[in-house]
Each structure stands twice: as structure tokens, then as C-alpha cells.
Design a protein around this ligand. Sequence first.
Ligand SMILES: Cc1ncc(COP(=O)(O)O)c(C=O)c1O
Length: 401
Amino acid sequence: MKNKKNIEFDKLLSRKAPAFRARAELPRAKYDFAIAYPDPQSLPLNDLLDSLSQGLLEEGADLAWYPDVQGYQPLREYVANKLRTERRMQVTAEQVVLGDGSSQHISMIIDMFIDPGDIAITEDFFYSGTLTTLKTAGADIRGVKCDNSGMLPDVLERTIADLVAQKKRPKLIYTIPTFQNPQGWTMSLERRKALVDIASFYEIPIFEDDCYVDLRYEGENVPAIHSLDPTGQVMYVASFSKIIAPGLRMGYFVGPEEIIGRLRMLRKTGGSGVNQFTALAVHRYAISGLDCHVNTINKIQRTRRDAMLAALGETFDPSASWSTPEGGLYLWLKMPKSVDLSSISQEVLSAGVGYQPGTMFSPDGTTGKNYARLCFGYNPADEIGEGIEILANLFTKAGLF
Ligand SMILES: Cc1ncc(COP(=O)(O)O)c(C=O)c1O
């Protein structure tokens, strides 16, 4: 046998191969305001077990086949009906594609639209998962300034008009209009209409990420952007992650046939369909206990949101301010301009409190030092109070107020 040598994989990999990432355990704080975990105690495990066994007894033998490339038809029917009744979207099951959470669709759509250097329009601070995917695809990300009702239409229009004047047509506008991650606001109906008008005038597709829409604790439901677009060009993604559990990896996409057809191709080549085992359980659960479960978790989350708001009001200096979201899982904390919450976050973590600094959500990775996202989904209300008090004391000691 010839001398054995190690293969140098990096010399063989394609240009599309992703960068290497070492396995790393994320440090978890006792008071974990960093990541949006649901409350582990409130997961409907027994009901899911019943739903899975019912699904398997009724249709388990179908697991012998490769599943539908768009995903289990009855679950797509359920999703289409939910979107018609709750989001006013004119959708049939044929326009729904299931996938591994919403992340998979976000990644597929970004891959489909973005070549290195292509422009994506986003909110000024937005979900770090999509931010990383856009950066990995080499997107030129243009964040548009937002206030408490979403992107400022005049800034959006000026940004696009300037780009178009330079012959740089943006490829898509990505938005999280409801309980925005990380800023917490919900885009008003007027802003949604303005966004549709601007996008259709410049012929730029909107990619609407409605991941948190079911977690409403107060206020009025605002129709989906998708429902306001007469041309049917808006792409829409949402998920069962935040209303059942992220570990299920089950989400859904709605879009024009031209895009769905390409997703079918991707699903065919990249996995031969959508996980039918999970879909059987999610479907049986969705038609029996999901609405009731969402009511229950929304009551829990509302208490936690209120506990965080109250604790901030009691312990934080008036120089700080924060959003009051009507739903979702996050508050957006704003400290005085000179404060750098990214440099102190490790020290705070050692003291048992986790948060994500604003820089994690900005396209340039440096804007937003004086902001932080505080998630209220994981710790019970009394612990939230303790954690916020520790945070306030640490900030005072560090002279941040
Ligand atoms: C705005 C937004 N979109 C998408 C996702 C991805 O969720 P999943 O892939 O679990 O559906 C998240 C997760 O936190 C999110 O905050």
C-alpha cells in the first residue's frame, strides 16, 4: 500500500462551499435574555405524542415513499386556510411549500436571488440569521431607517431611487413587519401599503418574514403585506417554531409559481421532499390543539413581557428607553449614545445575564453599540425581575447611565 496521506479538502471544494465553522457550545446565562427559546415547561409534548401516533396509525405506511416535494398536502391545506382566515391572503395549498423551519426558505430564496455584490434592502436592524445568510451570499445590504411603525417610506424610496439612478437595481426587500426582530415594532397598515406601492413601482420583490405573527398579546391584527399586493409578487415565510417548538424544524413559504417551481427543484435535489414524519404530527396537532396552545403560551409570554417592562421601569435610569411590543419575544433597549453594550456583554454574561448587543443586527456590524435585544421568552417572570435588576446594577457600576 502506498503512503497514506490526508486529503486536503480545501483544494477540492467548489467555490460555493461554505466557510468552515468549528463546533461551539453557546454559553448560556441563568438569566437568558439573549436567545428566543420558548418556555421548555410549556411545550405540548403529550399532545404531540398523541398527534404523532394518530398520524402514524392513519398514514404511517406512506412513509415508505419519498414525500411530496412541497410537503404533506393536508398540512399545506391547513396552512393555506390559516393564512386565508388570519392573514387575509388569497392562497391555495398549491402555493405553499413546507420546509425545515423558515430559515431553510430564507436561505433558498437568498441563494436564488443574490449573487455576490447584489443589493438587498432590509430594515436598519434585523434578524441576525438572515443577516448572516445575506452576508454569506455576498449581498450588498442596505438597511433602511425605521421608526416605531417600520421602515420610513421616504427613506426607502430615496434609497431605491438613488440605486436605480446608478443602474443598481436591488434584488429584494426583506422585512419582518410584525413584532420585528429585534426592534419589537409592528409595521402599520399605511406603511405596508406604502411599501407595496414603492416595491411594485420599482419592480422589486418583497420578502415578508412573519415568524412571530401568532404571538400577539394585545392590539389589532394587521393584514399581511402579501394580502395587500394585487400582483401576487410578495414572497411570504412563517413557521411553527415560535408557536410549537424550533426543534420540530417545520415552516412554510408562499410565493409566485415562478419561484415555487424553482423551490420544487431545490427540494427534489436537496433532500427529496419535506420531512413527512414531523408533518404528520404537526398536522394532527394543528387541527386539534394548536389554537388553544397559542392562547396559553401568549398568556405566559404576556406576563413575562410585562415583568420585563416593569423591572426596566423600576431599575433603569431614565436615560435608557425601550420598545413596548404588542407581541413577539423581544424588547429593544436603547442606552445613551456614548454607551457600548457590545464590549460589556461578556462581563455581563459572567455575572449570569445574557443579551445580544445591537451590533449583531446591523448590516455593518458596528452600528448599534448603544442598543441591545432583550428576550423575555425563556425565564419566568420572577427571574426576569432578578435578571433585569442585576443588569441595572452592573450598568450603574460600569458608569453606563
Ligand atoms: C425573524 C425570524 N425569521 C426566521 C427565524 C427562523 O426561524 P425557524 O427557522 O425556526 O422558523 C427566526 C428565528 O429566530 C426569526 O427571528
